[in-house]
Write a new protein. Structure first.
Length: 113
């Protein structure tokens, strides 16, 4: 099952309508015991987006465990964007932070900032 997109259905946000790469549409309950919901969560962990999806179906500990890694990448991308748009100067932040960001960028085949 390869998900192309996902949207909440209903006011309670307890079900997600997903569209697969085949064009097939499925309604998946936001329930950690549902095998399709597990696949939706894996898709989100890989970068797919459903607004506030984790708040509905996860306890706090699971929410933070699943989103900490993504938040680190978001913070990294935000710092690079702020630097590139000249909102901040490289000297505004610690050299150690830029060293970590650049090491990750190089591993992904990108140039250092």
């Amino acid at each position: 099952m390869k998900i192309n997109s996902a949207d909440w259905t209903g006011v309670e946000k307890s079900t997600v309508k997903i569209i697969l790469d085949t064009g097939e549409q499925l309604c998946v309950p936001a329930n950690v015991d549902n095998r399709h919901w597990v696949e939706v969560q894996e898709w989100v962990d890989g970068g797919g987006v459903i607004a506030d999806h984790v708040v509905v179906a996860m306890d706090d500990d699971t929410f933070f465990q699943r989103t900490d890694k993504t938040m680190g990448r978001i913070a990294e991308d935000a710092m690079v964007l702020l630097l590139q748009k000249e909102v901040i100067a490289k000297s505004d932040m610690p050299d150690a932070m830029w060293a970590k960001i650049n090491a990750r960028r190089v591993k992904r085949g990108l140039s250092e900032v």
